[in-house]
Each structure stands twice: as structure tokens, then as C-alpha cells.
Design a protein around this ligand. Structure first.
Ligand code: CTP
Ligand code: CA
Length: 224
């Protein structure tokens, strides 16, 4: 792996990455969100830049900072905003990696004023957000398209289903089961599943190392 970093193998390639959570507004002060830290997506962006790629990172709300200045960062809040940014950056990408934890639902209407507390139960109607990765799969020309999947049951079958439905080349299955894997942690336990049906479980490792192995794997696929 040291080798590929030395040789800048992704020079001239554009890598588009989504990262972090999305926040879906309920009213001016509240939102529906999730615990994604953005760390995995940021590690992927830093690694791609280190390999010489031109990197566009579309990220939801996060306090993370990028160490290098060569990455173009587009900050967004909601799934809809992330979708708009991806639509304008996807066509000329060579590799696209969806690491964001996009909200699946958003409030059907956003209250203009802060919702006041009443005695009774409150209902908020939710409607689906756009599936950004599915769009990328539908619009795919020559991009190598990578998704992530977080599953708590039937992990492999569910991840394979997503790979097929979203027309991906590779899906990275995230396991929440193992200590140290998942949200807010420094490490991840992942399995690479390819379009061709290969299933490659990885050791528990630092997110930076997962990112390096991911690009090593992509390069072997692309330039084999
Ligand atoms: N994704 C996306 N846009 C969405 C939802 C998901 O781009 N609106 C992407 C994620 O970034 C991830 C992949 O799709 O790369 C899978 O996300 P996941 O939440 O695991 O799957 P879903 O298709 O949303 O299905 P479910 O949550 O029901 O398991
Ligand atoms: Ca989802």
C-alpha cells in the first residue's frame, strides 16, 4: 500500500464522496438526524487526495476538518441539498463513493415557527427523501460506484440487495456487531462485496486503513 501512495495512481481522476449525516428540519430549531460522525467519508477523501485524485467531498453537518487544502468541500444540511450537490458533481466523476448516512425520511412540512408544547401526543408526518446513490446508479456512465450498507440482520443478503438495486460496482458492508465498529468510532469492521459476487471480510481496523484498502481494491478492479 505504501507503493500506491508514492506513485499518485489517482492523478487526473475525479473522486466524488458523500459523508456525514443529514439533518431534516422539523421547525426552525429542531431536526431529524443520526449519529454519523463523517469520519469514514473524511478518511476516504483524505486518502483519495493523498493518492493524487481531485476530490469533491459533499458533507452533511459535522465538526470534522480536513487536513489538506486540496479537497473541494461542499457543506450541506439536508438530503435534498446533498442530492443537488451530487447532481452537479457526478457526471464527470471517475469514482463515486457514498459514505453519507442520509436520512430516509423528512418531515412533510417544516413549521415556520417553533412548535409549541401541548398536552396531547404530537404526530409528525414524514415523507421519503431522494435516494442519492440510486440516482448515481441510474445515471452511471463510466463511474466506478461504491456504496455503504449498515445492516443489523441478514447482513450479506441485504447488502447484496442494495448493490443490485442501486447498480453499484462495490458495496462496503458495515458491521455494528463488533466492538469498536460503527458510528463515532475510530475503527470499522467491514466486508467488501462486489458486483461479481465476491465477498471479502476485512479485519477490524482504523477508518484510515479501511479507506486505503478500499482504494487498493478499487484500483485492482479498475486497472486489472
Ligand atoms: N443512500 C443515499 N441516499 C439515501 C439513502 C441512502 O445515497 N437517501 C446511500 C448511503 O450513502 C449508502 C447506501 O445508500 O451508501 C445505503 O444506505 P442504507 O441506509 O444502508 O440503505 P437504504 O437504501 O437507505 O435502505 P435501509 O436504510 O432501509 O436499509
Ligand atoms: Ca437508509
Amino acid at each position: 500500500e505504501q507503493d500506491i501512495i508514492g506513485k499518485l495512481p489517482l492523478r487526473g481522476k475525479k473522486v466524488l464522496i458523500t459523508a456525514g449525516p443529514t439533518y431534516e428540519a422539523i421547525d426552525p430549531v429542531r431536526f431529524i438526524g443520526n449519529h454519523s460522525s463523517g469520519k469514514m467519508g473524511f478518511a476516504i477523501a483524505e486518502t483519495a487526495a493523498a493518492l493524487g485524485a481531485s476530490v469533491v467531498l459533499v458533507c452533511g453537518p459535522t465538526h470534522l476538518k480536513l487536513s489538506g487544502k486540496t479537497i473541494e468541500r461542499i457543506d450541506v444540511t439536508s438530503a435534498e441539498e446533498m442530492f443537488e450537490a451530487v447532481k452537479s458533481e457526478y457526471a464527470d466523476a471517475d469514482i463515486a463513493i457514498a459514505a453519507a448516512a442520509v436520512a430516509d425520511y423528512k418531515p412533510a412540512t417544516v413549521a415556520d415557527q417553533k412548535i409549541k408544547k401541548k398536552g396531547a401526543a404530537l404526530q409528525i408526518n414524514l415523507e421519503p427523501t431522494p435516494d442519492i446513490l440510486k440516482y448515481m446508479g441510474e445515471q452511471k456512465q463510466n463511474q466506478f460506484l461504491v456504496g455503504f450498507a449498515l445492516e443489523t440482520e441478514n447482513e450479506i443478503a441485504n447488502a447484496k440487495g442494495k448493490l443490485t438495486r442501486k447498480n453499484l460496482d462495490l458495496i462496503v458492508l458495515n458491521s455494528l456487531n463488533d466492538t469498536g465498529a460503527g458510528f463515532k468510532t475510530e475503527t470499522n469492521k467491514v466486508t467488501f462485496i462486489t458486483r461479481e459476487g465476491d465477498i471479502l471480510p476485512q479485519e477490524l481496523k482504523a477508518k484510515e486503513k479501511v479507506a486505503q484498502d478500499l482504494f487498493q481494491f478499487i484500483q485492482e478492479k479498475l486497472y486489472a
